[in-house]
Design a protein around this ligand. Structure first.
Ligand code: TRP
Length: 454
C-alpha cells in the first residue's frame, strides 16, 4: 500500500522547523567566539554580506529542489537529472547526515550533561577557570558520562523523528523554538543589566577593522554556510514537505533572519557576562564549557542563568539533530521503501554507535589517530570541510547550470508570483549570485578548508 507523503500542516511549522535546523551549536557556541576573534562588529558586517550573497541564494535553491520533487536528496536529484552522478551527490548528503550527527550528538550530549551539572550547582565548587577546565576534562574522561548523555540525546532526537513530520518535527519545533527565543531574551536582559556589560556590547558592536584579515573573510563565508545547514540536503528534505502554494524566497528570508538574529543575541548574552566578570573573550572553542561556568558563579543570578543557558544550548542542538536524522530517514523511506519507525530505530542506533568512538576520542581512544586527527576531529573534518562545501557547490551548480534555468524560474515563481511581479530585479539577481558568485566563493572556501589556502 502506497502511503501518502506527509506535509507541514502550516507555513509557520516549516519556518520554525527549518529555523530550528539552522539555529544550533553553530549559532550559540561558534558564532560568538569567531566574531570575538575576528574584530566583532567588522566581522559581523562581513558575515552578513556572505549570508546575503551565498547563504540566501543557495538556501533558496536547496529548498526549491526539495519542494519541486517532494523527495529526499537522492530521489530529488535522480528525478530532476536522471543521472547517477547527481544521485550520488544526493547520497553524499545522506552520508554527511550520518557523519555530522555522530559528532554533533557528542557535543549535544555534553550540553545535556552540563544542564544536569548546572542544576546540581557543580560549578560553584570552583573559583578559577582552570578548575572548571579540569572539571570538563574529568567529565569527558569519564566513558559513561560521555556515552550516557550521547545515548540520552540520540534517544530524544529519535522519539521526535519517530513521531513523524507533523506530529514530531513540526510539533516539537513549535514548542521548542518559542522556548528557545524566550530563554534567549531572558538571558540577554540579565546579561545587559550586569555592571560592566557595556564593554561586552562595544566589543561586539564597535567595528575593529584591525582584526579583520583575509582569513576572517574565509571564516565568515564558511560559517554562513554551516549555520544555515546548507550543503547536505537538510533544507532540501524539509522543503520536500512544503506545499507548492508556499513562497520559497520569503520563507528562506525568514529562516535567514531568525538564524542571524539568534546568533547575534547569543553573542550579546555571552559577551556581556564575559566582560562583566573580566574573563577572556577570545577563549575560543572552550568558551562555553570552560569559561562560562566560572562566569555563572560570579554573577548575580548565575545559578538560574547557567541552568537556562545549558537548556537553551540543548534545545538548539536538538532541533538541528532532528533535521540531520530526518535526511537519513527520508532517504530510506522514499528510496528503499522502509517504514519510518523502523528507519528511525535502525539508523538512529547506527548513528549512536558511530558517535561512541567520537565520545571515546576524549578518553580511551584519544591516542587513536588517523592523519593526525582523533576520530571525532576526523569525522568533523570530513563532514564540515569536505562533504558540506562540495555538496553546496554542487547544489549551486545544479540549480544554476544543470536543471535548466527556464524550468527553475517557473517552479520558483509558484507561490511567489506577486513577489517576482513587483520586484522584477529579484530573479536576475538571484540567478547571477547562484550561477557565478556562489560556486566560485564556495570553491574558495573549500580550498581553504582543506588547507590549500590561507
Ligand atoms: N546549522 C546547525 C548549526 O548552526 C548545524 C547543522 C544542522 C547543520 N544541520 C545541518 C549543518 C546540516 C550542516 C548541514 O549548528
Amino acid at each position: 500500500m502506497e502511503q501518502q507523503r506527509e506535509q507541514w500542516s502550516s507555513k509557520i511549522g516549516f519556518i520554525l522547523a527549518a529555523a530550528g535546523s539552522a539555529i544550533g551549536l553553530g549559532n550559540i557556541w561558534k558564532f560568538p567566539y569567531i566574531a570575538g576573534e575576528n574584530g566583532g562588529a567588522a566581522f559581523i558586517f562581513i558575515y552578513l554580506i556572505c549570508i546575503a550573497i551565498i547563504g540566501l541564494p543557495v538556501l533558496i535553491g536547496e529548498i526549491l529542489i526539495g519542494r519541486t520533487t517532494q523527495l529526499n536528496p537522492v530521489g530529488a536529484f535522480k528525478k530532476l537529472s536522471g543521472s547517477s552522478f547527481w544521485s550520488a551527490i544526493g547520497g553524499m548528503g545522506v552520508i554527511a547526515g550520518f557523519a555530522i550527527l555522530s559528532f554533533y550528538g557528542v557535543v549535544a550530549g555534553w550540553s545535556m550533561g552540563y544542564f544536569v551539572e548546572s542544576v546540581r550547582g557543580s560549578f560553584f565548587d570552583y573559583t578559577e577557570v582552570s578548575g572548571v577546565g579540569e572539571h570538563f576534562n574529568s567529565l569527558t574522561a569519564n566513558v559513561f558520562w560521555g556515552i550516557g548523555f550521547l545515548a540520552l540525546f540520540m534517544f530524544t532526537t529519535m522519539i521526535i523523528v519517530y513521531a513523524g513530520v507533523q506530529k514530531g518535527i513540526e510539533r516539537g519545533s513549535k514548542i521548542l523554538m518559542p522556548v528557545l527565543f524566550i530563554i534567549l531574551l531572558i538571558l540577554m536582559f540579565i546579561g545587559i543589566s550586569l555592571e560592566g556589560s557595556s564593554k561586552g556590547l562595544s566589543f561586539l558592536f564597535e567595528p575593529d577593522w584591525g582584526n579583520v584579515t583575509g582569513h576572517s573573510v574565509l571564516v565568515a563565508l564558511g560559517h554562513a554556510f554551516f549555520t544555515l545547514s546548507l550543503g547536505m540536503g537538510a533544507m532540501m528534505t524539509y522543503g520536500s514537505y512544503m506545499s507548492k502554494k508556499d513562497n520559497v524566497p520569503v520563507a528562506a528570508l525568514q529562516i535567514v533572519f531568525l538564524d542571524t538574529i539568534i546568533a547575534i543575541i547569543a553573542g550579546v548574552c555571552i559577551f556581556t557576562v564575559v566582560f562583566a566578570t573580566n574573563q577572556d573573550p577570545a577563549a575560543g572553542p572552550g568558551l562555553i564549557f570552560q569559561t562560562l561556568p566560572i562566569v555563572f558563579t560570579q554573577m548575580p543570578g548565575g545559578y538560574l542563568f547557567s541552568i537556562l543557558f545549558f537548556l537553551l544550548l540543548t534545545i538548539a542542538a536538538l532541533t538541528s539533530a532532528i533535521s540531520l536524522l530526518e535526511v537519513v530517514v527520508a532517504y530510506f523511506v522514499d528510496e528503499r521503501g522502509w517504514n519510518r519507525h523502523r528507519a528511525v530505530i535502525v539508523f538512529g542506533s547506527i548513528i549512536f554507535l558511530l558517535g561512541v568512538p567520537c565520545a571515546l576520542s576524549y578518553n580511551v581512544m584519544s591516542d587513536v589517530k588517523l592523519f593526525g586527527l582523533n576520530f571525532f576531529d576526523l569525522i568533523d573534518f570530513i563532514a564540515s570541510n569536505i562533504l558540506l562545501p562540495l555538496g553546496g557547490l554542487f547544489i549551486a551548480v545544479f540549480v544554476g547550470w544543470v536543471w535548466g534555468f527556464d524550468k527553475v524560474v517557473v517552479t520558483l515563481k509558484e507561490g511567489a508570483e506577486k513577489l517576482f511581479e513587483k520586484h522584477a530585479w529579484l530573479m536576475p539577481t538571484w540567478k547571477i549570485f547562484l550561477k557565478y558568485f556562489a560556486p566560485i566563493l564556495i570553491f574558495i572556501v573549500f580550498l581553504s578548508s582543506i588547507g590549500l589556502l590561507g
